[in-house]
Design a protein around this ligand. Structure first.
Ligand code: PMP
Length: 303
């Protein structure tokens, strides 16, 4: 990982190596915190953050679900995000806001602890794996199931929820795959470790409903773009064998962007290459996030 020069913490811009926290803290021990993953892209008009407001609204909502409040408004966090990107002088970066409880209150019940907010940026290239945007990813059905809706609150991007996704992704990669595909408690396809999932069947896009999933910002973006391009998009549950017989499949997410899935459990999807519909959607997505499209310019916040 490439370090940046600075990190924003509670209103101050501090050097990367000085951005430390005490070892006795609720978030470090129990994972009680919420975060976001956002991307800033290089555009002809300078760096632009994609759907920044939507991400920061989701950050505040994640905290609300866990029962605490992020001590900054969306507008304040928008400005702090712009400030740290400018300080780091990046054209293109990944942005990580984290609301955490750094010190005090080691009991499990959250009781008026001090909530801290940091906003870090660093460079993050292709998330699923190097080269996967073009060659596609090889995926393994995970033996871990996506949290039941009443076990972990799936609409919260909460730190502790990521233990499951870390185990699923680590296992898949140790077995030589690029990524994991998790099923839900009913055995239906849920999502990747940090990506929503689509299949293409006879020109129609099908993706699992949001019932037990995070309100995905890339998923929403891709659905809007696909419908504008004339594709039918259906949100409905499906099983893993429906994936084996699809013509194309792909992951979407802030990190993954639009990454083709060309193999599930050693069975090629379609002809095992990035498909034409996936390529069309990738192009449309990158045109919008990189400011090359005249549409949806309101999704970009210039730095
Ligand atoms: N699912 C999970 C569990 C995630 O953490 C993410 C990344 N935030 C996604 C899906 C994709 O969501 P988004 O498009 O909003 O980044």
């Amino acid at each position: 990982m490439e370090k940046a020069d600075y990190i924003w913490i509670d209103g101050k811009v501090v050097g990367w190596d000085d951005a430390t926290s005490h070892v006795i803290g609720n978030t470090l021990h129990y994972g009680f915190g919420v975060f976001e993953g956002i991307r800033c892209y290089k555009t002809e008009q300078g760096p632009a953050v994609f759907r920044l407001h939507d991400h920061l609204i989701r950050l505040r909502n994640s905290a609300k679900i866990l029962g605490f409040e992020v001590p900054y408004s969306v507008d304040e966090m928008v400005e702090s995000t712009r400030e740290i990107i400018r300080a780091n002088g990046a054209d293109e970066c990944y942005i990580r806001p984290l609301a955490y409880i750094g010190e005090g209150g080691m009991g499990l019940a959250y009781e008026d602890c001090q909530v801290n907010l940091l906003i870090a940026t660093w460079f993050w290239g292709e998330y699923v794996g190097k080269g996967t945007l073009e060659r596609g990813s090889r995926v393994k059905t995970s033996s871990y199931i996506r949290h039941h809706i009443n076990t972990h609150m799936s609409k919260a991007k909460a730190c502790g929820n990521y233990l499951l996704f870390q185990m699923a992704r680590t296992d898949a990669r140790r077995d030589g795959y690029d990524e994991a595909l998790l099923l839900d408690a009913n055995g239906q396809v849920a999502e990747g470790s940090v990506e929503h999932f689509f299949v293409v069947r006879n020109g129609v896009l099908v993706t699992p409903p949001l019932t037990h999933l995070l309100d995905g910002i890339t998923r929403d973006t891709v659905i809007v773009l696909a419908r504008e391009m004339g594709f039918e998009v259906r949100e409905e549950a499906f099983s893993r064998d429906y994936v084996h017989t699809a013509q194309e499949a792909f992951f979407v997410g802030t990190g993954a962007e639009v990454t083709p899935v060309v193999e599930l459990d050693r069975r090629p999807i379609g002809d095992g290459l990035r498909g034409p519909v996936t390529k069309q959607l990738q192009d449309a997505y990158f045109d919008v996030v990189k400011g090359r499209s005249n549409s949806h310019t309101d999704w970009l916040t210039y730095v």
